[in-house]
Each structure stands twice: as structure tokens, then as C-alpha cells.
Design a protein around this ligand. Structure first.
Ligand code: SF4
Length: 452
């Protein structure tokens, strides 16, 4: 057995979080509610910069691999009603703020936010413009579905000021698309990308996946080659997480059609090699960007961040959540809105934040969160510098360093005093190295996905 395959055998099926937050969402609790959100938003210092996340939990059809909070509807009325409530929620939250704040980043996620009508989307963007100072360099990003993104929708995005669109693509091979219940031709994805570029929306992301049913390494390589032939600015490559006990529609996927751990590892490494060969910069766990893209530049200058949307260049002081199930981050902690759409609407009508759960940061959470974010973004961390920035002695990580030394014996990490670096060939295991610093992990291991 080669050194890498021996390492793989030991670590690949460990269940570890993806660390889009620390502490991670399974540790949120209902002891945090609307009162906390109101207080924490009110305590934001004047001049703080904000990021807004708006969740639209509706889709026209269900993709069998879907892991998102979404609901299928063929009618527009529930979406129209939801849009009205989003407007009210924006007004409610703005009332709790200590003066007007500037917005640096807006992300529309779902579900399918491009299901909103032209009128509703533009009205919501105008409402944001009336309630907040929208920075002229603000990134306004929307998740779009190429299968339904018509010319009217392109006009809506342009009028709404959108400058980045992310497309779910997953795989370009028909037999894989049929196995995941989402057929979307190469030509369709290419043409909608070109229409957006022609309309002036230059920043396009593709989301691709490995580990899908009936997907081989050859299929993944072909998808990478076709994706780069179109040439989006960024590509995210996510591993499919099969959790049918949590997402019942995933029962449509036969487990016997899924690639095993070794095949998944081969797929992710082959895809990454192909994307790098074709000129993309590899970023963190699962992102790739063209060298001139802001994310590649942020990686090079050390300002790359990680939040609930994955890797980001967003430098805002706080992220405010809007819509059912949305998660936000304030300097004091995380807040998550009610997941059930009916209950969320009732809370919005009552005028308050719709927070159902969250977590207040301890000093230790903030310290560990920064260590983990640095490993996940930069593949390295200087523990002495992070501890100093948090007023902690480096001795706080004595137990963790003993575990790091064990990982170092397998080559997963290189330790030079208090400086840790994950070697390029073991990049796929950065979650394992990060997990050493996770003080909550022992109680929740079963809830997370496998490391590769
Ligand atoms: S379009 Fe996206 S959010 Fe909607 S069902 Fe498919 S994967 Fe899920």
C-alpha cells in the first residue's frame, strides 16, 4: 500500500464537519431567540458593514440529491406571499438597527431565488436600497437555475443590480443527470451563461458534484472539461452527501449506484488536477477560481474567509439572515430563523426577528473558530499569532498539539513549533486537521459527513 492510500484508509471515512461555521449548526439551541437577535442587532456599532442573506425556499421540481431547505410548488401564489413577508422582515430588522449601515454583500440563496417575479425581486432590491446604504462595490449574488432562467429573468437580475450568478450544474453527463433527477444540457448551461455575460453580469459560478449515483471518474473529468470550455469565473466542487434518513427524497437514489470512498477520493483529486491544469486556482477544500477572480486574489493576499455560503471574499462585520431557515452571524453569535414557512410568516407579521435558535460565542469559541477558519482557508495557521490576537496563551492547545503530532506522523500536517501547515497532497484532509481544534465534536460526530 502506498503512503497516501494507507493514510486514506485510516482517515477518509471519519465523520467531520465542513466548518462553514464554528461552532457548527448542530450545536445551535433554542436558548437563543428573537430577544437576542434584537439586542445583538441593536448593539452593532454605527458604521458597521453588513452582509445580507435572503433565502427563497421554493423550487419547481425536486432534484433527488438536494440537501437544501426547499419546498416544491407549481403555483406562484406561495412565492408571492413569501416575497411580501421578506419585505416586511427587512423593514422589521432595519428598525432594530442603531442608524443606517452600509451593505457590502447580498446573497440570494435557496431553493431557487430566480423563481421570484421581476416585480417582486426588483421591489425587494429597492427596499434594501431604501433601508441600507448599498456600497457601490457591493457584490450582489444570486443562485439561479439554468432550466428556468429566461430572458425576462436576465432583465430582472440586471435591473436588480445583480453582478454574480451561481448555477447548479452538478454533472454534464446525461446518465448521471437522469440518476439525480435533473436534466440540463451542456448547451442550456452554456447559452444561459452567455446571455448573462452579454447582459453585463460577468461573474458566473458553477456548482459541480462528485460522488453522485452512476458517476465515474471519467464522467467527472468530462464535466470539468466541459465546464471550463464555457469558462465560469469560479467552480465549486462538492461531494454528494447521501443522508436519506434526513432528506427523504434521496431514497430515490439507489445506494448501490453510489461510488465508494476510494472512487470518491479518486474523483475529487482527478477533478481538481484537471481544473488546475486548465488554469483555475485551487482554493481551500472545494473551490476553484480563475486567477484574476477576487477569490483567487483574496487567497493570495490572505483575506479569504469562510462562512455559511462556503468560501467568500465578504469582509462584513455581520451577516443578517432573512427568510425561513436563514442563518446569520453577529459579533456576539449565530442566529437562525424558524424553518417552517408558516411559523416564520407569523413571526414576521408580529414584527419581531424570527429567530428560533442560535449560539452565543464564548471567548474559546472565537479563538478556535479563527484557528479552524485559517486552516480551512489557507491550509496553515500560526497558533501563536492567533492566540496572541485573542489574549490567550499558546499553552491552551497542549492537548491538541499532541493530536497534531499524531497526524503529523501520517503526513497530514507539518508542525514547525506552533506553525501548522497541511501539505498540498493532503489538502483533502483539512477537515480532519481542523477537527482537532473542535471542542464540541466528540458529542456530535455522527451528524457530519465523511471527510472525503
Ligand atoms: S434546484 Fe437546487 S434547491 Fe431546488 S431541488 Fe434542485 S438542488 Fe434542491
Amino acid at each position: 500500500m502506498t503512503k497516501l492510500s494507507a493514510t486514506f484508509a485510516r482517515y477518509a471515512d471519519r465523520k467531520v464537519p465542513r466548518y462553514t461555521s464554528y461552532p457548527t449548526a448542530p450545536h445551535f439551541h433554542d436558548g437563543i431567540g428573537a430577544g437576542h437577535s434584537r439586542d445583538w442587532i441593536g448593539e452593532l456599532a454605527q458604521g458597521s458593514s453588513l452582509s445580507l442573506y435572503l433565502h427563497v425556499p421554493f423550487c419547481v421540481t425536486m432534484c433527488s440529491y438536494c440537501g437544501c431547505h426547499t419546498k416544491i410548488t407549481k403555483r406562484y401564489q406561495p412565492v408571492a406571499d413569501y416575497a411580501q413577508h421578506l419585505k416586511t422582515e427587512l423593514e422589521n430588522i432595519a428598525r432594530h438597527m442603531n442608524g443606517r449601515m452600509s451593505v457590502r454583500h447580498i446573497a440570494w440563496g435557496g431553493g431557487t431565488p430566480t423563481m421570484l417575479s421581476h416585480e417582486h425581486f426588483v421591489t425587494l432590491m429597492q427596499t434594501i436600497g431604501e433601508l441600507f446604504d448599498l456600497d457601490e462595490r457591493a457584490e450582489i449574488a444570486v443562485e439561479g437555475d439554468p432550466r428556468t432562467l429566461d430572458d425576462e429573468c436576465v432583465r430582472m437580475l440586471v435591473e436588480g443590480g445583480v453582478n454574480r450568478v451561481s448555477f447548479g450544474v452538478q454533472d454534464f453527463n446525461l446518465h448521471v443527470q437522469e440518476a439525480i433527477g435533473r436534466v440540463q444540457s451542456f448547451e442550456m448551461t452554456r447559452d444561459v451563461t452567455h446571455r448573462l455575460w452579454d447582459a453585463g453580469i460577468r461573474d458566473i459560478n458553477f456548482d459541480l458534484m462528485y460522488g453522485l449515483p452512476k458517476q465515474s471518474t471519467k464522467d467527472v473529468m468530462r464535466s470539468m472539461e466541459l465546464a471550463t470550455r464555457i469558462g465560469p469565473q469560479r467552480i465549486a466542487l462538492f461531494g454528494y452527501a447521501h443522508v436519506p434518513w434526513f432528506k427523504s427524497h434521496q431514497r430515490l437514489i439507489k445506494e448501490s449506484d453510489l461510488p465508494d470512498q476510494h472512487a470518491r477520493f479518486e474523483q475529487t483529486e482527478a477533478a481538481a488536477g484537471e481544473l488546475v491544469r486548465l488554469g483555475y486556482v485551487r482554493i481551500g477544500l472545494d473551490h476553484f477560481a480563475r486567477p484574476e477572480d477576487d477569490m483567487a486574489i483574496a487567497l493570495a493576499n490572505g483575506t479569504l474567509r469562510r462562512n455559511f455560503q462556503g468560501y467568500t471574499t465578504d469582509p462584513a462585520d455581520a451577516m443578517l439572515p432573512f427568510g425561513a431557515s436563514s442563518i446569520g452571524q453577529l459579533p456576539q453569535g449565530y442566529v437562525q430563523n424558524i424553518t417552517d414557512i408558516g411559523n416564520w410568516k407569523r413571526k414576521v407579521e408580529a414584527g419581531g426577528p424570527s429567530t428560533a435558535r442560535g449560539l452565543e460565542f464564548s471567548a474559546d469559541d472565537k479563538l478556535r473558530g479563527e484557528v479552524i477558519e485559517k486552516i480551512m482557508c489557507n491550509l496553515s495557521v500560526d497558533l501563536e499569532a492567533v492566540c496572541a490576537a485573542h489574549g490567550a496563551g499558546a499553552g491552551v492547545f497542549t492537548d491538541e498539539l499532541a493530536q497534531i503530532d499524531m497526524l503529523a506522523r501520517d503526513g497530514l500536517v507539518v508542525r514547525d513549533g506552533l506553525k501548522l501547515t497541511v501539505p498540498e497532497e493532503h489538502r483533502a484532509f483539512i477537515r480532519i486537521v481542523s477537527a482537532v481544534f473542535d471542542a464540541y465534536l466528540k458529542t456530535a460526530q455522527a451528524k457530519h459527513s465523511v471527510a472525503v
